[in-house]
Write a protein that binds this ligand. Structure first.
Ligand code: GLU
Length: 300
C-alpha cells in the first residue's frame, strides 16, 4: 500500500447512541479482521468512473491520518480506521485490493480542492454532507451520522458544554480550519477571537495538552478517539449539539459513481462487511455499538 502526502502549496447519530464512553482506544484494524472481499468479476459500463478504475487496477483515496478510529496513519505506514475500511470496501467492489490503493492525507480544508483537481478519486474523511460543499462536489451517503461536542482537559470543571464558552470569555477553543464544527461553534462564542484553528485536529489536541487552548470542538467520534489516546488527560463534555452525516466525496455530478458507492455500502451492510469495518476500528472503543447504515440520500 502506498501513501502520499498533499503538496504543501495546495492549502491554503448524532453519535450513534452508545458510543459515549471511551476508556480505551483501539482504532487499529488487524489484518485478520479485513472486511473487504475483492470482487474480481464485477462488470461496469464502459466510460464510467468504475470501469476506468477497474481497468487501471488502482485508486487514490483521500482520508485523515491523525484521527484514531477513523483514519490514523500508524507505524505500518498505512492509515487505519472506519473511513479507511469504507474506502477499502469501495475499492474492493471495483476489483481493487489494498495494494492498488494510494492513500492521500486530506485535512478538512483541502477536501473539495483535491476532488475538484482530480488528485483523488474519492474522499472518505469524516466528511459532513452539506449544501455549501455540494456546490463544488457530490456526496454518496450518508454512511454514518456523528454529532459535534467539546473536549477539555480532565481537570477542567468550568467548561461543561458549548454554552460555557460565553460565560468563560477568556477560554480558547480549537477546531480544524474548513470544518463544519469551526463554523458551528461561532454562535456559542463571546467573541470570534475565542476560536483558534489549525489544519489538523491532532494539533488542537497538542494545544489543549500544552494549555494553549482550553477546549477542542469537533465530531464526537473524533474527540473520543483523541480522548482514548490521551492517557486520561482529556474528557468529552456536554451533549452532541449538531448532526454531522458523513458522506463519500466525489467529483460533482458523477451520479453513476455515487450510485455504485451507495449500492456497495448497502450490500456491505447486508453481508456484515459494514459491521466488521466498524467493529475492527471505531468499534474498539469501549461501550460502542455498531451503527446501522443510514438511508442514503438520492445521488445528484
Ligand atoms: N465532520 C466535520 C466536517 O466535515 C468535522 C470533521 C472534519 O473536519 O473532518 O467538517
Amino acid at each position: 500500500m502506498k501513501t502520499d502526502s498533499l503538496r504543501a502549496g495546495k492549502l491554503a447519530a448524532v453519535l450513534v447512541a452508545g458510543v459515549l464512553t471511551l476508556t480505551a482506544c483501539g482504532g487499529g484494524s488487524d489484518d485478520d479482521t479485513e472486511a473487504a472481499t475483492v470482487d474480481s468479476k464485477a462488470t461496469f459500463e464502459a466510460g464510467t468512473t468504475m470501469a476506468t478504475l477497474q481497468k487501471a487496477g488502482k485508486i487514490t483515496i483521500g482520508t485523515k491520518f491523525d484521527q484514531p478510529g477513523f483514519g490514523l496513519k500508524g507505524l505500518s505506514g498505512a492509515p487505519e480506521g472506519f473511513d479507511v475500511e469504507i474506502g477499502k470496501l469501495i475499492a474492493a467492489g471495483l476489483g481493487i485490493g489494498e495494494d492498488g490503493i494510494s492513500w492521500v492525507e486530506t485535512p478538512s480544508a483541502v477536501r473539495e480542492n483535491v476532488i475538484e483537481d482530480g488528485d483523488v478519486n474519492l474522499v472518505a474523511a469524516t466528511y459532513t454532507i452539506n449544501d455549501e460543499r455540494k456546490k463544488r462536489i457530490s456526496f454518496a451517503g450518508p454512511y454514518y451520522v456523528a454529532g459535534q461536542q467539546l473536549m477539555v482537559r480532565s481537570d477542567n470543571s468550568a467548561i461543561t458544554g458549548p454554552e460555557s464558552l460565553k460565560s468563560n470569555p477568556d477560554a480558547k477553543v480549537c477546531s480544524a480550519a474548513g470544518s463544519t464544527p469551526a463554523d458551528n461553534i461561532g454562535t456559542y462564542l463571546a467573541s470570534p477571537g475565542q476560536l483558534v484553528t489549525f489544519d489538523l485536529y491532532s494539533k488542537c489536541a497538542d494545544a489543549l495538552k500544552n494549555k494553549q487552548v482550553d477546549a477542542v470542538t469537533t465530531d464526537n467520534v473524533i474527540l473520543l478517539g483523541l480522548v482514548g489516546k490521551s492517557d486520561g488527560a482529556f474528557k468529552v463534555v456536554g451533549e452532541p449539539f449538531t448532526e454531522e452525516p458523513y458522506g463519500i466525496g466525489i467529483k460533482k455530478g458523477d451520479t453513476a459513481f455515487c450510485q455504485y458507492i451507495v449500492d456497495t455500502l448497502k450490500k456491505a451492510s447486508e453481508d456484515g462487511a459494514y459491521e466488521k469495518a466498524w467493529s475492527s476500528t471505531a468499534g474498539e472503543v469501549e461501550g460502542s455499538r455498531v451503527p446501522t447504515l443510514p438511508t442514503a440520500d438520492a445521488c445528484s
